[in-house]
Design a protein around this ligand. Structure first.
Ligand code: G4P
Length: 531
Protein backbone atom coordinates (compact mmCIF):
# COMPACT_ATOMS: atom_id res chain seq x y z
CA UNK A 1 0.00 0.00 0.00
CA UNK A 2 2.79 2.36 0.92
CA UNK A 3 4.94 1.38 -2.03
CA UNK A 4 3.38 3.66 -4.61
CA UNK A 5 3.62 6.76 -2.51
CA UNK A 6 4.01 10.15 -4.13
CA UNK A 7 7.50 11.69 -3.94
CA UNK A 8 8.49 12.93 -0.51
CA UNK A 9 8.57 16.65 0.25
CA UNK A 10 12.06 17.85 -0.83
CA UNK A 11 13.23 18.61 2.73
CA UNK A 12 12.55 15.02 3.73
CA UNK A 13 13.71 13.46 0.48
CA UNK A 14 17.18 14.99 0.86
CA UNK A 15 17.81 13.38 4.23
CA UNK A 16 20.08 10.39 4.65
CA UNK A 17 20.21 8.94 8.13
CA UNK A 18 22.86 6.29 8.62
CA UNK A 19 25.44 4.72 10.89
CA UNK A 20 28.97 3.49 10.29
CA UNK A 21 29.74 -0.04 11.39
CA UNK A 22 33.20 -1.53 11.59
CA UNK A 23 35.64 -3.59 13.57
CA UNK A 24 37.78 -1.42 15.89
CA UNK A 25 40.72 0.15 14.07
CA UNK A 26 39.31 -0.22 10.56
CA UNK A 27 39.04 3.56 10.27
CA UNK A 28 35.56 4.57 11.41
CA UNK A 29 36.75 7.63 13.32
CA UNK A 30 38.95 8.78 10.47
CA UNK A 31 36.15 8.34 7.97
CA UNK A 32 33.68 10.16 10.23
CA UNK A 33 36.13 13.01 10.50
CA UNK A 34 36.49 13.27 6.72
CA UNK A 35 32.71 13.21 6.35
CA UNK A 36 32.46 16.14 8.73
CA UNK A 37 35.27 17.92 6.94
CA UNK A 38 33.64 17.59 3.54
CA UNK A 39 30.27 18.33 5.08
CA UNK A 40 31.66 21.64 6.32
CA UNK A 41 30.95 20.75 9.95
CA UNK A 42 34.62 21.04 10.89
CA UNK A 43 37.38 23.09 9.34
CA UNK A 44 40.30 20.77 9.62
CA UNK A 45 41.04 17.15 10.22
CA UNK A 46 42.02 16.25 13.75
CA UNK A 47 39.13 18.11 15.31
CA UNK A 48 37.01 15.09 16.04
CA UNK A 49 39.60 13.61 18.32
CA UNK A 50 40.30 17.01 19.83
CA UNK A 51 36.64 17.57 20.38
CA UNK A 52 36.41 14.06 21.69
CA UNK A 53 38.94 15.03 24.32
CA UNK A 54 37.07 18.18 25.18
CA UNK A 55 33.85 16.27 25.36
CA UNK A 56 35.48 13.78 27.64
CA UNK A 57 36.68 16.39 30.04
CA UNK A 58 33.23 17.92 29.99
CA UNK A 59 31.09 14.87 30.35
CA UNK A 60 33.19 11.92 30.66
CA UNK A 61 32.93 10.17 33.86
CA UNK A 62 35.45 7.61 33.07
CA UNK A 63 39.14 7.68 32.85
CA UNK A 64 38.42 4.19 31.69
CA UNK A 65 37.04 5.25 28.40
CA UNK A 66 40.31 6.98 27.61
CA UNK A 67 42.42 4.17 29.00
CA UNK A 68 40.72 1.47 27.08
CA UNK A 69 40.20 3.58 24.01
CA UNK A 70 36.56 2.80 23.63
CA UNK A 71 33.80 5.14 22.86
CA UNK A 72 30.96 4.70 25.30
CA UNK A 73 28.91 7.75 24.47
CA UNK A 74 27.15 7.94 21.18
CA UNK A 75 25.66 10.89 19.44
CA UNK A 76 24.23 11.96 16.13
CA UNK A 77 25.87 14.48 13.85
CA UNK A 78 24.12 16.45 11.13
CA UNK A 79 25.75 18.16 8.17
CA UNK A 80 25.03 19.07 4.58
CA UNK A 81 26.79 17.57 1.63
CA UNK A 82 25.83 18.83 -1.82
CA UNK A 83 22.02 18.91 -1.81
CA UNK A 84 21.78 16.29 0.94
CA UNK A 85 21.39 16.48 4.68
CA UNK A 86 23.35 13.69 6.32
CA UNK A 87 22.49 12.48 9.79
CA UNK A 88 25.33 10.29 10.95
CA UNK A 89 24.43 8.33 14.05
CA UNK A 90 27.46 7.16 15.95
CA UNK A 91 27.48 3.55 17.09
CA UNK A 92 29.45 2.57 20.15
CA UNK A 93 32.37 0.52 18.94
CA UNK A 94 32.99 -1.97 21.67
CA UNK A 95 31.40 -5.39 21.47
CA UNK A 96 30.22 -5.17 25.06
CA UNK A 97 27.74 -2.54 24.05
CA UNK A 98 25.92 -4.54 21.47
CA UNK A 99 22.47 -3.80 22.85
CA UNK A 100 23.06 -0.10 22.60
CA UNK A 101 24.38 -0.54 19.10
CA UNK A 102 21.39 -2.59 18.15
CA UNK A 103 19.04 0.14 19.26
CA UNK A 104 21.07 2.77 17.46
CA UNK A 105 20.60 0.80 14.29
CA UNK A 106 16.82 1.01 14.74
CA UNK A 107 17.12 4.75 14.22
CA UNK A 108 18.88 4.70 10.84
CA UNK A 109 17.86 3.91 7.28
CA UNK A 110 21.24 2.68 6.04
CA UNK A 111 24.72 1.73 7.19
CA UNK A 112 28.24 2.11 5.90
CA UNK A 113 30.41 -0.91 6.59
CA UNK A 114 34.10 -0.04 6.82
CA UNK A 115 36.60 -2.83 6.38
CA UNK A 116 40.37 -2.77 6.46
CA UNK A 117 41.73 -3.78 3.05
CA UNK A 118 44.43 -5.89 4.66
CA UNK A 119 42.12 -7.65 7.08
CA UNK A 120 38.83 -8.09 5.31
CA UNK A 121 35.70 -9.05 7.25
CA UNK A 122 36.51 -9.17 10.98
CA UNK A 123 34.45 -10.54 13.88
CA UNK A 124 32.83 -7.30 14.96
CA UNK A 125 32.00 -6.36 11.39
CA UNK A 126 30.20 -9.63 11.00
CA UNK A 127 28.16 -9.21 14.18
CA UNK A 128 27.09 -5.71 13.29
CA UNK A 129 26.33 -6.76 9.76
CA UNK A 130 23.98 -9.43 11.09
CA UNK A 131 22.12 -6.80 13.06
CA UNK A 132 21.73 -4.71 9.91
CA UNK A 133 20.51 -7.75 8.07
CA UNK A 134 17.79 -8.40 10.65
CA UNK A 135 16.41 -5.03 9.68
CA UNK A 136 17.18 -5.38 5.94
CA UNK A 137 19.20 -2.16 6.11
CA UNK A 138 20.89 -1.16 2.86
CA UNK A 139 24.66 -1.26 3.32
CA UNK A 140 27.40 0.61 1.49
CA UNK A 141 30.88 -0.85 1.90
CA UNK A 142 34.08 1.14 2.16
CA UNK A 143 37.30 -0.83 1.85
CA UNK A 144 39.82 1.34 3.68
CA UNK A 145 43.61 1.67 3.95
CA UNK A 146 44.23 0.97 0.28
CA UNK A 147 47.38 3.10 0.57
CA UNK A 148 48.89 0.17 2.46
CA UNK A 149 49.51 -3.37 1.31
CA UNK A 150 46.09 -4.88 1.01
CA UNK A 151 44.61 -8.19 0.02
CA UNK A 152 43.76 -9.00 -3.57
CA UNK A 153 40.62 -7.11 -4.55
CA UNK A 154 38.76 -10.15 -5.88
CA UNK A 155 39.65 -12.02 -2.73
CA UNK A 156 38.20 -9.26 -0.52
CA UNK A 157 34.99 -9.18 -2.53
CA UNK A 158 34.74 -12.94 -2.48
CA UNK A 159 35.20 -12.99 1.26
CA UNK A 160 32.36 -10.50 1.75
CA UNK A 161 30.08 -12.47 -0.56
CA UNK A 162 30.85 -15.79 1.10
CA UNK A 163 31.06 -14.61 4.66
CA UNK A 164 28.11 -12.28 4.73
CA UNK A 165 26.00 -13.86 2.02
CA UNK A 166 25.41 -10.62 0.15
CA UNK A 167 26.07 -9.69 -3.47
CA UNK A 168 28.91 -7.23 -3.89
CA UNK A 169 28.93 -4.75 -6.78
CA UNK A 170 32.13 -2.73 -7.20
CA UNK A 171 31.43 0.99 -7.42
CA UNK A 172 35.12 1.70 -7.89
CA UNK A 173 38.20 -0.38 -8.61
CA UNK A 174 41.67 0.15 -7.13
CA UNK A 175 44.62 0.78 -9.41
CA UNK A 176 47.83 -0.67 -7.99
CA UNK A 177 48.27 -1.78 -4.40
CA UNK A 178 50.25 -0.63 -1.40
CA UNK A 179 52.92 1.88 -2.30
CA UNK A 180 51.94 1.56 -5.93
CA UNK A 181 48.32 2.43 -5.27
CA UNK A 182 47.57 5.51 -7.36
CA UNK A 183 43.80 5.75 -7.21
CA UNK A 184 40.60 4.20 -8.45
CA UNK A 185 38.55 3.78 -11.53
CA UNK A 186 35.01 4.95 -10.82
CA UNK A 187 32.96 2.20 -12.42
CA UNK A 188 29.59 3.87 -11.84
CA UNK A 189 30.56 7.14 -13.52
CA UNK A 190 33.43 6.12 -15.81
CA UNK A 191 35.92 8.46 -14.21
CA UNK A 192 39.45 8.27 -13.00
CA UNK A 193 40.21 9.33 -9.42
CA UNK A 194 43.84 9.91 -8.54
CA UNK A 195 45.12 10.09 -4.99
CA UNK A 196 47.31 12.91 -3.77
CA UNK A 197 49.75 11.43 -1.28
CA UNK A 198 51.30 14.80 -0.54
CA UNK A 199 48.22 16.33 1.01
CA UNK A 200 46.01 14.14 3.15
CA UNK A 201 43.14 16.56 3.25
CA UNK A 202 43.04 17.30 -0.40
CA UNK A 203 40.34 15.73 -2.39
CA UNK A 204 41.43 13.48 -5.20
CA UNK A 205 41.79 14.81 -8.67
CA UNK A 206 38.96 13.60 -10.87
CA UNK A 207 39.69 13.02 -14.49
CA UNK A 208 36.75 12.65 -16.78
CA UNK A 209 37.39 10.02 -19.37
CA UNK A 210 35.43 8.54 -22.14
CA UNK A 211 35.23 4.89 -21.21
CA UNK A 212 38.03 2.37 -20.96
CA UNK A 213 39.22 2.92 -24.52
CA UNK A 214 40.03 6.57 -23.84
CA UNK A 215 43.76 7.23 -24.59
CA UNK A 216 43.77 9.67 -21.66
CA UNK A 217 43.97 6.69 -19.31
CA UNK A 218 47.48 5.95 -20.53
CA UNK A 219 48.55 9.52 -19.77
CA UNK A 220 47.77 9.04 -16.10
CA UNK A 221 48.34 5.35 -15.41
CA UNK A 222 51.67 3.54 -15.84
CA UNK A 223 51.42 0.89 -18.55
CA UNK A 224 51.68 -2.17 -16.30
CA UNK A 225 49.01 -0.90 -13.93
CA UNK A 226 46.75 0.03 -16.82
CA UNK A 227 47.05 -3.44 -18.32
CA UNK A 228 46.16 -4.97 -14.95
CA UNK A 229 43.22 -2.57 -14.55
CA UNK A 230 41.78 -3.44 -17.93
CA UNK A 231 42.18 -7.12 -17.25
CA UNK A 232 40.57 -6.79 -13.82
CA UNK A 233 37.64 -4.81 -15.15
CA UNK A 234 36.99 -7.41 -17.79
CA UNK A 235 36.82 -10.02 -15.06
CA UNK A 236 34.59 -7.75 -13.00
CA UNK A 237 32.02 -7.50 -15.74
CA UNK A 238 32.16 -11.25 -16.36
CA UNK A 239 32.11 -12.37 -12.72
CA UNK A 240 30.48 -9.76 -10.54
CA UNK A 241 26.96 -8.35 -10.60
CA UNK A 242 26.43 -4.79 -11.83
CA UNK A 243 25.09 -2.35 -9.25
CA UNK A 244 21.32 -2.52 -8.91
CA UNK A 245 19.78 0.10 -6.69
CA UNK A 246 16.65 -1.87 -5.91
CA UNK A 247 18.63 -4.86 -4.81
CA UNK A 248 20.82 -2.58 -2.66
CA UNK A 249 17.80 -0.90 -1.06
CA UNK A 250 16.35 -4.29 -0.21
CA UNK A 251 19.59 -5.27 1.52
CA UNK A 252 20.63 -7.98 -0.96
CA UNK A 253 23.52 -6.14 -2.58
CA UNK A 254 26.24 -3.85 -1.30
CA UNK A 255 28.19 -1.47 -3.52
CA UNK A 256 31.87 -1.30 -2.53
CA UNK A 257 34.22 1.66 -2.78
CA UNK A 258 37.97 1.39 -2.29
CA UNK A 259 39.85 4.21 -0.68
CA UNK A 260 41.99 5.59 2.08
CA UNK A 261 40.18 7.62 4.69
CA UNK A 262 43.35 9.13 6.09
CA UNK A 263 44.28 10.39 2.63
CA UNK A 264 40.72 11.63 2.03
CA UNK A 265 40.67 9.29 -0.89
CA UNK A 266 37.43 7.70 -2.04
CA UNK A 267 35.51 9.46 0.70
CA UNK A 268 33.63 11.94 -1.46
CA UNK A 269 32.68 9.17 -3.87
CA UNK A 270 31.28 7.22 -0.96
CA UNK A 271 29.36 10.29 0.22
CA UNK A 272 28.07 10.81 -3.31
CA UNK A 273 27.00 7.18 -3.31
CA UNK A 274 25.10 7.67 -0.07
CA UNK A 275 23.39 10.77 -1.47
CA UNK A 276 22.64 9.40 -4.91
CA UNK A 277 21.63 5.84 -4.07
CA UNK A 278 21.03 5.80 -0.31
CA UNK A 279 17.50 5.48 1.04
CA UNK A 280 15.28 8.42 1.88
CA UNK A 281 13.70 8.34 5.34
CA UNK A 282 11.72 5.11 5.52
CA UNK A 283 8.32 4.13 6.85
CA UNK A 284 8.65 3.31 10.56
CA UNK A 285 6.72 0.42 11.99
CA UNK A 286 4.37 0.95 14.89
CA UNK A 287 2.10 -1.62 16.49
CA UNK A 288 -0.91 0.24 15.13
CA UNK A 289 0.31 0.97 11.58
CA UNK A 290 3.25 2.01 9.43
CA UNK A 291 4.17 5.68 9.88
CA UNK A 292 5.23 7.37 6.64
CA UNK A 293 7.74 10.24 6.79
CA UNK A 294 5.57 12.57 4.71
CA UNK A 295 2.67 12.48 7.16
CA UNK A 296 2.08 16.00 8.41
CA UNK A 297 1.68 15.12 12.00
CA UNK A 298 4.98 14.95 13.91
CA UNK A 299 5.90 11.59 15.44
CA UNK A 300 9.12 10.08 16.73
CA UNK A 301 10.58 7.55 19.13
CA UNK A 302 13.34 7.49 21.70
CA UNK A 303 16.13 5.08 20.79
CA UNK A 304 18.76 6.21 23.23
CA UNK A 305 18.97 8.03 26.53
CA UNK A 306 22.17 9.53 27.73
CA UNK A 307 22.50 10.85 31.24
CA UNK A 308 24.83 13.41 32.70
CA UNK A 309 26.24 14.72 29.48
CA UNK A 310 26.98 17.73 31.58
CA UNK A 311 27.76 16.72 35.16
CA UNK A 312 26.89 20.21 36.42
CA UNK A 313 23.31 19.62 35.46
CA UNK A 314 21.78 16.29 36.22
CA UNK A 315 20.30 16.30 32.78
CA UNK A 316 19.50 13.50 30.46
CA UNK A 317 19.16 13.71 26.77
CA UNK A 318 16.73 11.46 24.98
CA UNK A 319 17.67 10.92 21.36
CA UNK A 320 14.58 10.89 19.22
CA UNK A 321 14.36 9.72 15.65
CA UNK A 322 11.62 11.71 13.96
CA UNK A 323 9.43 9.30 12.03
CA UNK A 324 7.17 11.82 10.37
CA UNK A 325 6.34 15.47 9.89
CA UNK A 326 8.04 18.81 10.31
CA UNK A 327 9.03 19.60 13.85
CA UNK A 328 9.42 23.16 15.08
CA UNK A 329 10.97 24.26 18.33
CA UNK A 330 8.45 24.87 21.08
CA UNK A 331 5.97 22.35 19.72
CA UNK A 332 3.78 20.55 22.18
CA UNK A 333 3.95 16.82 21.71
CA UNK A 334 2.22 14.07 23.61
CA UNK A 335 4.34 11.61 25.52
CA UNK A 336 2.35 8.52 24.63
CA UNK A 337 3.31 6.34 27.60
CA UNK A 338 2.22 8.87 30.23
CA UNK A 339 -0.37 10.50 27.94
CA UNK A 340 1.04 13.85 29.12
CA UNK A 341 1.75 16.82 26.88
CA UNK A 342 5.34 17.89 26.68
CA UNK A 343 6.53 21.23 25.31
CA UNK A 344 9.74 20.59 23.45
CA UNK A 345 11.30 23.99 23.94
CA UNK A 346 15.02 23.28 23.88
CA UNK A 347 15.68 20.38 21.55
CA UNK A 348 19.28 19.97 20.50
CA UNK A 349 20.84 18.87 17.27
CA UNK A 350 24.39 17.73 17.21
CA UNK A 351 26.53 19.52 14.73
CA UNK A 352 29.87 17.82 14.95
CA UNK A 353 30.51 17.65 18.68
CA UNK A 354 28.71 20.86 19.60
CA UNK A 355 25.12 20.91 20.48
CA UNK A 356 22.94 23.55 19.05
CA UNK A 357 19.33 24.41 19.56
CA UNK A 358 17.27 22.81 16.86
CA UNK A 359 14.82 25.36 15.48
CA UNK A 360 13.28 22.79 13.19
CA UNK A 361 13.72 19.22 12.12
CA UNK A 362 12.15 16.86 9.62
CA UNK A 363 11.30 13.21 9.42
CA UNK A 364 14.60 11.31 9.36
CA UNK A 365 16.39 13.74 11.70
CA UNK A 366 17.62 12.93 15.17
CA UNK A 367 16.94 15.47 17.90
CA UNK A 368 18.09 15.38 21.48
CA UNK A 369 15.49 16.30 24.10
CA UNK A 370 16.85 17.26 27.52
CA UNK A 371 14.58 15.96 30.25
CA UNK A 372 14.59 14.81 33.85
CA UNK A 373 13.93 11.15 33.25
CA UNK A 374 10.41 11.16 31.79
CA UNK A 375 11.66 9.96 28.43
CA UNK A 376 12.71 6.35 28.21
CA UNK A 377 13.96 4.13 25.45
CA UNK A 378 11.10 3.02 23.24
CA UNK A 379 8.82 5.94 24.16
CA UNK A 380 6.81 7.56 21.41
CA UNK A 381 6.11 11.27 20.97
CA UNK A 382 3.21 12.26 18.74
CA UNK A 383 0.73 15.07 18.24
CA UNK A 384 -1.87 13.00 20.07
CA UNK A 385 -2.16 9.65 18.34
CA UNK A 386 -1.43 6.64 20.54
CA UNK A 387 1.39 5.04 18.57
CA UNK A 388 3.82 2.38 19.77
CA UNK A 389 6.88 2.04 17.59
CA UNK A 390 8.14 -1.52 17.42
CA UNK A 391 11.46 -3.16 16.85
CA UNK A 392 13.32 -1.61 19.79
CA UNK A 393 14.15 -4.65 21.81
CA UNK A 394 15.49 -5.18 25.25
CA UNK A 395 17.69 -8.25 25.53
CA UNK A 396 17.97 -10.64 28.42
CA UNK A 397 21.29 -10.03 30.15
CA UNK A 398 23.94 -12.68 29.87
CA UNK A 399 25.68 -11.86 33.14
CA UNK A 400 24.07 -11.21 36.51
CA UNK A 401 25.65 -9.90 39.70
CA UNK A 402 24.49 -8.63 43.06
CA UNK A 403 25.30 -5.01 43.75
CA UNK A 404 26.09 -3.62 47.20
CA UNK A 405 26.65 -0.04 48.29
CA UNK A 406 29.97 0.44 50.09
CA UNK A 407 28.02 2.42 52.68
CA UNK A 408 24.86 0.53 53.74
CA UNK A 409 23.24 3.83 54.79
CA UNK A 410 23.16 4.84 51.15
CA UNK A 411 20.83 2.13 49.87
CA UNK A 412 18.33 4.75 48.67
CA UNK A 413 21.00 6.51 46.64
CA UNK A 414 21.97 3.24 45.10
CA UNK A 415 18.40 2.54 44.13
CA UNK A 416 18.15 5.93 42.45
CA UNK A 417 21.37 5.42 40.53
CA UNK A 418 20.31 1.97 39.40
CA UNK A 419 16.96 3.21 38.17
CA UNK A 420 18.71 5.87 36.14
CA UNK A 421 20.97 3.35 34.46
CA UNK A 422 18.08 1.02 33.81
CA UNK A 423 16.21 3.83 32.06
CA UNK A 424 19.27 4.70 30.04
CA UNK A 425 19.42 1.08 28.96
CA UNK A 426 22.93 0.77 30.38
CA UNK A 427 21.98 -2.22 32.53
CA UNK A 428 19.04 -4.34 33.60
CA UNK A 429 18.09 -3.97 37.22
CA UNK A 430 16.10 -6.66 39.00
CA UNK A 431 14.52 -6.59 42.43
CA UNK A 432 14.26 -10.16 43.69
CA UNK A 433 10.98 -11.17 45.29
CA UNK A 434 12.78 -12.67 48.26
CA UNK A 435 15.61 -10.92 50.05
CA UNK A 436 16.88 -7.38 49.77
CA UNK A 437 19.10 -5.56 47.35
CA UNK A 438 19.30 -5.61 43.61
CA UNK A 439 20.66 -7.83 40.92
CA UNK A 440 22.23 -6.12 37.93
CA UNK A 441 22.30 -7.73 34.52
CA UNK A 442 24.49 -6.79 31.57
CA UNK A 443 25.42 -8.18 28.20
CA UNK A 444 29.20 -7.79 28.49
CA UNK A 445 31.43 -7.96 31.57
CA UNK A 446 33.00 -4.56 30.93
CA UNK A 447 29.63 -2.96 31.64
CA UNK A 448 29.99 -3.83 35.35
CA UNK A 449 33.18 -1.74 35.48
CA UNK A 450 31.50 1.08 33.59
CA UNK A 451 28.56 1.08 36.00
CA UNK A 452 30.73 0.95 39.09
CA UNK A 453 32.82 3.91 37.99
CA UNK A 454 29.80 5.92 36.90
CA UNK A 455 27.95 5.34 40.18
CA UNK A 456 31.02 6.37 42.10
CA UNK A 457 31.59 9.47 40.00
CA UNK A 458 28.04 10.62 39.47
CA UNK A 459 26.58 9.66 42.85
CA UNK A 460 29.72 9.65 45.04
CA UNK A 461 28.81 6.13 45.96
CA UNK A 462 31.37 3.36 45.93
CA UNK A 463 29.76 0.04 45.08
CA UNK A 464 30.85 -3.52 44.63
CA UNK A 465 29.55 -6.34 42.55
CA UNK A 466 29.32 -9.85 43.91
CA UNK A 467 28.58 -13.10 42.18
CA UNK A 468 24.95 -14.13 42.08
CA UNK A 469 23.42 -17.59 41.86
CA UNK A 470 21.87 -16.74 38.56
CA UNK A 471 23.22 -16.58 35.07
CA UNK A 472 20.39 -15.14 33.03
CA UNK A 473 16.85 -13.82 33.13
CA UNK A 474 13.70 -14.41 31.12
CA UNK A 475 10.60 -12.29 30.93
CA UNK A 476 7.47 -14.11 32.05
CA UNK A 477 4.17 -13.80 30.21
CA UNK A 478 1.02 -15.84 29.90
CA UNK A 479 -2.51 -16.07 31.32
CA UNK A 480 -2.71 -14.37 34.72
CA UNK A 481 -3.69 -17.49 36.67
CA UNK A 482 -0.93 -19.58 35.12
CA UNK A 483 1.65 -16.87 35.79
CA UNK A 484 0.50 -16.50 39.40
CA UNK A 485 0.68 -20.23 39.96
CA UNK A 486 4.14 -20.27 38.43
CA UNK A 487 5.36 -17.38 40.60
CA UNK A 488 3.98 -19.06 43.69
CA UNK A 489 6.14 -22.13 43.36
CA UNK A 490 9.27 -20.32 42.09
CA UNK A 491 9.55 -17.39 44.49
CA UNK A 492 13.28 -17.81 44.90
CA UNK A 493 13.71 -17.27 41.16
CA UNK A 494 11.32 -14.39 40.63
CA UNK A 495 12.20 -10.70 40.36
CA UNK A 496 10.78 -7.51 38.89
CA UNK A 497 12.57 -5.42 36.29
CA UNK A 498 12.64 -1.63 36.42
CA UNK A 499 9.37 -1.43 34.46
CA UNK A 500 7.66 -3.69 36.98
CA UNK A 501 7.59 -6.66 34.62
CA UNK A 502 8.11 -10.13 36.04
CA UNK A 503 11.28 -12.03 35.26
CA UNK A 504 12.41 -15.54 36.00
CA UNK A 505 16.05 -15.71 37.09
CA UNK A 506 17.71 -18.82 35.80
CA UNK A 507 20.83 -20.78 36.60
CA UNK A 508 20.90 -23.18 33.72
CA UNK A 509 19.11 -23.91 30.49
CA UNK A 510 17.69 -26.80 32.49
CA UNK A 511 15.64 -24.32 34.56
CA UNK A 512 14.06 -22.98 31.40
CA UNK A 513 13.32 -26.44 30.02
CA UNK A 514 11.75 -27.41 33.32
CA UNK A 515 9.36 -24.45 33.19
CA UNK A 516 8.36 -25.48 29.67
CA UNK A 517 7.41 -28.92 31.01
CA UNK A 518 5.81 -27.95 34.30
CA UNK A 519 4.05 -24.77 33.20
CA UNK A 520 3.13 -25.15 29.54
CA UNK A 521 1.01 -21.98 29.54
CA UNK A 522 3.82 -19.74 30.81
CA UNK A 523 6.08 -18.15 28.22
CA UNK A 524 9.68 -17.26 28.97
CA UNK A 525 11.29 -14.86 26.51
CA UNK A 526 14.82 -13.54 26.06
CA UNK A 527 13.71 -10.24 24.53
CA UNK A 528 11.03 -7.74 25.31
CA UNK A 529 9.79 -4.91 23.12
CA UNK A 530 10.33 -1.50 24.70
CA UNK A 531 7.28 0.58 24.06
P1 G4P B 1 38.36 3.16 14.31
O1 G4P B 1 37.63 4.41 14.64
O2 G4P B 1 37.64 2.28 13.34
O3 G4P B 1 38.85 2.39 15.49
O4 G4P B 1 39.70 3.55 13.49
P2 G4P B 1 40.47 4.92 13.39
O5 G4P B 1 39.81 5.85 12.46
O6 G4P B 1 40.82 5.40 14.74
O7 G4P B 1 41.77 4.39 12.65
C1 G4P B 1 42.60 3.41 13.19
C2 G4P B 1 44.02 3.63 12.73
O8 G4P B 1 44.08 3.46 11.31
C3 G4P B 1 44.54 5.01 13.00
O9 G4P B 1 45.92 4.91 13.23
C4 G4P B 1 44.32 5.73 11.70
O10 G4P B 1 45.19 6.82 11.52
C5 G4P B 1 44.60 4.63 10.72
N1 G4P B 1 43.97 4.84 9.41
C6 G4P B 1 42.71 5.25 9.15
N2 G4P B 1 42.49 5.32 7.83
C7 G4P B 1 43.63 4.95 7.24
C8 G4P B 1 44.05 4.84 5.88
O11 G4P B 1 43.31 5.10 4.93
N3 G4P B 1 45.33 4.43 5.66
C9 G4P B 1 46.19 4.13 6.67
N4 G4P B 1 47.39 3.74 6.34
N5 G4P B 1 45.83 4.24 7.96
C10 G4P B 1 44.59 4.65 8.24
P3 G4P B 1 46.53 5.00 14.68
O12 G4P B 1 47.98 4.90 14.51
O13 G4P B 1 45.86 3.99 15.55
O14 G4P B 1 46.06 6.38 15.20
P4 G4P B 1 46.62 7.82 14.82
O15 G4P B 1 47.81 7.96 15.64
O16 G4P B 1 46.90 7.84 13.34
O17 G4P B 1 45.52 8.71 15.20
Amino acid sequence: MLDNRPPLPPEIARRRTFAIISHPDAGKTTLTEKFLLFGGAIQMAGQVRAKGEARRTRSDFMQMEKDRGISVSASAMSFDFRQYRFNLVDTPGHSDFSEDTYRTLTAVDAAIMVIDGAKGVESQTRKLFEVCRLRDLPILTFCNKMDRESRDTFEIIDEIQQNLAIDVAPASWPIGTGREFIGCYDILHDRLELMDRADRNRVAETIAINGLADPKLAEHIPADLLAKLLEDLEMVSALLPAFNRQSFLEGHMTPIWFGSAINSFGVKELMDGMGEYGPEPQVQKAKERGVAPEEESVTGFVFKVQANMDPKHRDRVAFVRLSSGHFERGMKLVHVRSKKPMAVSNPVMFLAADRELAEEAWAGDIIGIPNHGQLRIGDALTEGEALHFTGIPSFAPELLQNIRAGDPMKAKHLEKALMQFAEEGAAKVFKPMIGSGYIVGVVGALQFDVLASRIELEYSLPVRFEGSNFTSARWVTGPRAAVDAFINVNKGHIAQDSDGDTVFLTRLQWDIDRVGRDHPEVRLTATKEMM
